[in-house]
Ligand binder design. Structure first.
Ligand code: AMP
Length: 485
């Protein structure tokens, strides 16, 4: 039996929308989750953005809600029936756009609310009545407090990217939001990892959930050439430029660990003649959208970004990814390099390793179960010439001025946008030792076969990036659980 959507007996308007999307078969998470969600059971799904997860929860959810479909203009006939919570605006926007496409031939209304935007247009939309509400937690709470959103008729709640929501410190907001929902409901939780905190969240809010796990994309290694080059901070830009030149690479993602470093690196590369855009949480919505569109159109060579800003961006076929900073969390490495070498294309992932990063590299080795070689990159001795020298000097002076200033959220448990300061006492978190993750991954052949059939589809939805203005550093997750809901 193939994993065809026709096996699902979806209602005609939904089947038509799926056919229009051009999907040939279900992705692994869809094949596993859709039949379960159709039964109304709670689900705990280990799947990342990019796996087809949005359709995995929204198609069955729409199907179940079709019984409420009506054409009345009365807002009372369109209460919120499904709530989808996500950590960032760009993800919320991306998911909302997809839901709109799936619901296109139904009468179901959907809307998205997230921070950093005027509340008024969102309020008007909410007041008209929407069945499916996609939101970031902070802004949703603003609307609840303003009595724009009433959640007492919610039948489905989706906690998407739950691990990120906890990392960012959204647990108290989530707890408050969940306290407004009816007890009788279906809860779907999706997370890239099942850390003890996630399991505890599930224990508190899910009832007898069915656990669904799809292969995590660590096996991109076969199509992605992974290189680790040792480089002092001052030499990293030169290595990036040399690799780009040597390999004739026109476009790449460059990942950094902090917002500050992101803007700074983008500026330096720009001064060196590369068309560059920065994508991080402090950029306005408009700036992010423009940067992404320019990159997609090929007008920008290098997209310098933080993990939060880049998470889930639906951009395919990037020829190369650079880890200008080794990520604090090994799983982010897998996530970052998964942006290249998609759908069987070959890709290059270059990680620049300074001496203090060896422990992080060891974490990556452990996670991807591959011995990694840190090589030195032969740089020509042109250090004193041209803009590059100037840029480097300026970067150093900027570093002196700004690096010591504690930035908002620095004490966060794990925050991709937090500054990285090697002189500080900050200790990167360890990869989960949860036995769940000790399991070997699916064999590469299985994972690739599954990925190839659906990742090849060019159904890119427009996406925006960034982190909600509502995101504030919060208390430690474990401590909050102890105090109950
Ligand atoms: P998601 O993980 O939901 O963000 O989806 C990532 C991308 O995969 C989106 O561009 C979807 O349109 C696309 N997609 C979702 N399901 C399928 C499918 N069954 N076949 C092909 N592409 C899909």
């Amino acid at each position: 039996m193939t994993d065809s959507f026709s096996n699902l007996s979806l209602a005609e308007p939904l089947a038509r929308a799926v056919a229009e999307m051009g999907y040939e078969s279900m992705t692994p998470i869809q094949a596993q989750a859709i039949p379960v969600v159709l039964t109304g059971k709670d689900v705990m799904g280990a799947a990342q953005t990019g796996t087809g997860k949005t359709a995995a929860f929204s198609l069955p959810l729409l199907q179940r809600l079709l019984k409420h479909e009506n054409t009345s203009t009365s807002p009372a006939r369109h209460p919120v029936r499904a709530l989808v919570l996500l950590p960032t605006r760009e993800l919320a926007d991306q998911v909302a756009q997809q839901i709109k496409l799936y619901a296109k031939y139904t009468q179901m209304r959907s809307a998205v609310v997230f921070g950093g935007m005027d509340m008024k247009p969102q309020t008007l939309e909410l007041k008209k009545g929407v069945e499916i509400l996609v939101a970031t937690p902070g802004r949703l709470l603003d609307h609840i407090e303003a009595k724009n959103a009433v959640l007492n008729q919610v039948e489905y709640v989706v906690l998407d990217e739950a691990d990120r929501m906890l990392d960012i410190g959204f647990l108290p907001d989530l707890q408050r939001i969940l306290s407004f929902l009816p007890k009788q409901r279906t809860t779907l939780l999706f997370s890239a990892t099942f850390s003890p905190e996630i399991k505890r969240l599930a224990g508190s809010y899910l009832q007898d959930p069915i656990t669904i796990e799809v292969a995590r994309p660590n096996e991109t290694a076969s199509t992605v050439e992974q290189r680790f080059y040792s480089a002092q901070d001052d030499d990293k830009r030169r290595v990036v430029k040399a690799v780009l030149n040597q390999r004739g690479i026109k476009q790449a993602f460059i990942f950094v660990n902090s917002k500050l470093g992101c803007g700074r690196l983008a500026r330096s590369l720009e001064r060196e003649g590369l068309v560059t855009a920065a994508l991080h949480g402090d950029k306005t919505q408009d700036e992010r959208l423009k940067a992404l569109e320019a990159f997609k159109k090929g007008e920008v060579d290098l997209l310098v970004c933080t993990d939060v800003a880049a998470r889930g961006l639906d951009i395919k076929d990037v020829p190369a990814v650079f880890n200008f900073d080794v990520p604090f969390n090994a799983e982010d490495y897998v996530h970052r390099i998964g942006r290249t070498g998609r759908a069987g294309a070959s890709g290059l992932a270059v990680t620049l390793v300074s001496p203090s990063d060896m422990r992080l590299v060891a974490d990556i080795e452990k996670l991807i179960k591959t011995k990694l070689q840190v090589e030195s990159y032969p740089l020509e001795e042109d250090r004193s010439r041209g803009n590059l020298g100037e840029g480097r000097l300026e970067e150093r002076s900027e570093g002196r001025r700004e690096d010591r200033r504690p930035e908002r959220g620095f004490e966060r448990r794990r925050d991709e946008d937090a500054p990285r300061d090697r002189r500080s006492s900050f200790r990167p978190p360890q990869v989960s030792r949860d036995p769940f993750f000790e399991k070997p991954y699916e064999t590469p052949s299985m994972a690739q076969a599954a990925a190839a059939s659906w990742e090849a589809s060019p159904k890119a939805t427009a996406s925006r990036s960034g982190i909600s203005a509502n995101i504030k550093p919060k208390r430690k997750v474990a401590a909050l659980f102890k105090s109950g809901e």
